[in-house]
Design a protein around this ligand. Structure first.
Ligand SMILES: C[S@@+](CC[C@H](N)C(=O)[O-])C[C@H]1O[C@@H](n2cnc3c(N)ncnc32)[C@H](O)[C@@H]1O
Length: 393
């Protein structure tokens, strides 16, 4: 019998090669929850997208003109297991893949995978970390690092499994990750520190402009217990999750609005003393937990996001009080989505100044001058950018 979970992986790969993803089709947390071997299948999935450049190069060497997408997907699935699933013997990696193949492909898949498995010790010697990221991404970062070693180090850390933390929402301290712990919320450390950057700001009204699923809202709620917090998100399903989290963690000073921030109207309400703008972005900083994202995004996407992010900042500037703050953040390390957005905004809004937050509780590795900037090989976290802006008008 073909393994139904490997079949699921195969159909994910097929939609990837047929470009049937919506640009953000991440593996859901519960995707293999119905399997007793969830960890194994998740590991296969992560290995595929972390090593796809290497796998595809080997396949180009061992096949001629591989146009059939089903054949390609099967070979990627089999090859990734042969190289990166040490606990599964090669014959099992091959047999399980051949079982999934339609009759017309069985012989070809079997012969190709056997051939690759025979030579795997030699082939792995040619592995290069750079081939496992799109060329445009490697070139971009090669220009930023002074030496090749640091570039490889950076890419290697982006290819590692994420470190999981939980945030204790009573004490606002990170703890080792415990699944389903009642007062703990699972969060990457770099994400947790972003709302913490507002720790010294006195704010009686706060807007979390892109709030769902709500990790940062919960931190804001605990950090500013006397403030009224408006948590807004455009996506209704995600807003439901936000509402669930706000209720579960008794964040009583939070009200939720399911609306487009760009259309948000103050009506009779006062402006906000602090706006957290955790803006939509390419998500390229989350490659540790979403390794496929590097293959889904393009340079064009970065530009599009940057122009969207400019609009968000402009909108936030109309909603913040004189003397108030905007905390801008993205889970991307691309300059276009971070420092360039901030510089463009300040150029056209000179009354806003970059404000250095008091960050004594956050390690200095998490900063780059006035900016919060988490390079994964330095902080062992996701890659985030954040800047705190003060309206000095
Ligand atoms: C990076 S995620 C926010 C993560 C969240 N701050 C947290 O810590 O859990 C960006 C969010 O922006 C929302 N979003 C995108 N466009 C929006 C818009 N025009 N108005 C409001 N929310 C929007 C998305 O639905 C998504 O939930």
């Amino acid at each position: 019998m073909p393994d139904k979970f490997r079949r699921r992986l195969l159909s994910l790969l097929l939609s990837f090669y047929n470009s049937q993803h919506n640009g953000s089709s991440y593996l859901e947390e519960d995707f293999f929850e119905d399997s007793g071997y969830q960890r194994v299948y998740r590991k296969i999935y992560f290995n595929i997208f972390r090593n796809l450049g290497f796998i595809e190069r080997i396949l180009t060497e061992y096949t001629k003109n591989l146009k059939d997408k089903k054949a390609k997907s099967l070979l990627v699935l089999g090859t990734s297991q042969i190289f990166f699933m040490d606990d599964i013997p090669d014959y099992a990696c091959i047999n399980e893949t051949v079982k999934l193949a339609p009759v017309y492909l069985k012989k070809f898949i079997n012969a190709t995978l056997r051939n690759i498995a025979r030579n795997k010790e030699v082939l792995i010697q040619s592995y290069s970390i750079k081939e496992n990221f799109p060329d445009w991404f490697v070139q971009k970062w090669a220009n930023l690092f002074s030496n090749d070693c640091e570039l490889d180090n950076f890419l290697n850390f982006f290819n590692k499994s994420p470190e999981f933390h939980s945030i204790n929402m009573d004490s606002l301290t990170p703890e080792p990750y415990i699944k389903n712990a009642s007062r703990s919320y699972p969060m990457d450390l770099a994400s947790f520190y972003i709302p913490m950057l507002s720790g010294n700001i006195r704010a009686s009204s706060i807007m979390d402009a892109c709030a769902a699923p709500g990790g940062k809202t919960l931190v804001l709620s605990q950090l500013h217990p006397n403030a009224k917090i408006t948590a807004l998100d455009k996506d209704s399903k995600r807003s439901d999750i936000l509402a669930h989290n706000v209720k579960k963690y008794n964040a009583d000073n939070v009200r939720i609005i399911n609306e487009d921030f760009l259309n948000f109207n103050l009506k009779n309400q006062e402006k906000f003393d602090l706006i957290l703008l955790d803006a939509p972005c390419t998500g390229l900083g989350t490659m540790k937990r979403h390794p496929e994202i590097r293959w889904l995004r393009t340079r064009e996407d970065i530009k599009k996001m940057a122009s969207y992010q400019n609009k968000f900042l402009e909108k936030a500037s109309q909603l913040v009080t004189h003397g108030g703050y905007i905390l801008y953040s993205v889970c991307s390390l691309e300059a276009e989505e971070g420092i360039d957005v901030i510089n463009n905004f300040i150029d056209s809004n000179p009354n806003f100044k970059i404000f250095t937050p008091n960050f004594h509780y956050i390690p200095s590795d998490f900063f780059w001058g006035k900016f919060y900037y988490t390079l994964p090989h330095k902080t062992l976290t996701d890659g985030f950018f954040a800047a705190l802006l003060k309206n000095t008008a």
